[in-house]
Write a protein that binds this ligand. Sequence first.
Ligand code: PLP
Length: 385
Amino acid sequence: MSSTQVPLLDLKRQTAALKPELMTAIEQVIDDGRFVLGPAVEAFEAAAASYLGARHAVGVGSGTDALWLALRAVGVGPGDLVLTSPFTFFATASAARATGARIVFADIDPATFNLDPAKVRDVLDGRCPVAHRLGVEPERIKAIIPVHLFGQAADVTAFERISEEYCVPLIEDAAQAMGARLGDRAVGNSQHMVCFSFFPSKNLGAFGDGGLVTTNDDDHASRVRLLRAHGSPRKYHHELLGKNSRLDAIQAAILGVKLQHLDGWISARRDHAKIYTDALDARTECAPPSCAKGRLHCYHQYTVRVLGGRRDSLQRHLDAHKIGSAIYYPIPLHLQEALADHGFEPGDYPLSEQAAKEALSLPIFPELTPREQTHVIEAVHAFFE
Ligand SMILES: Cc1ncc(COP(=O)(O)O)c(C=O)c1O
């Protein structure tokens, strides 16, 4: 067995390469002495807006808060329903639940793992048997959240049409998709609100929690700005019930440095993805991620489907070869205990349940070496031999 170890992700390599630049940026915040909002946050918001081609970018405390704030900005609250994908990180649904709304799901497109617009229409038109069983009243659906899972944009154009036709606001969960593109626009360049996370492991990661809401709409932007600071336009005057959720100035300075390297990192991720995809041919029973036409996948994760019920044994085999891998996500959200009061049952969203049994993410990060990647590929080939 080779002595090479391959981590799923190694942030230390990226940090080491940027340490002098990062330390200078952090020192500037310390010397400036403005730790909440102020020039560091403003500079990062401007840089992020320009990178994404968005009119507004509002720095907030986390990706979860970005979603909560966006939902509150369009008025979602108790008595409302929010429609999203069951195959995502729990925060997509928990942020919606935290507004007091209940969650409704529609199943995914198995090719991309993303929410399927046709299935969303079924729910809105009252044609979805699960929604029918649960007594969902489509007119109470007050937001739709497509998720750009693993770094591949969902079918935003189709969701924009749905949003317009049914008059339901769209809020994108782009926590995993900073740098992804749809045709000629970046994910984040939209009239509605798009929510990003800067959790350290993300393609653009802070040294702690952080998030961003982008939009081209002035009213959405000013509502999110109000809501992130206790709904207060002036000191001690509160127009809305918001929360304290601002992007930290030190995190903003760190993100400003890292943003300048993001395109290079995405390009390296895409090169690694191509090498995996070329190597994972029919012999392996691993279906590589498919990239929908016209999308630039930023490969936050390189997630294959392991066919033939062998996903868990492949993961054990990789473990034995000291290769990191991860199952995102082993339990779809409709089967999570925290949503047990919603009345979902196993079998309700079969494509998400199948994805939860088959998905396996392999090591991918910009600094992954050719030797490490070869070790992963050889181990996968050996498993299927
Ligand atoms: C799809 C998705 N949505 C929301 C979030 C929440 O982001 P955060 O961890 O910054 O709160 C995450 C991140 O972990 C995520 O992957």
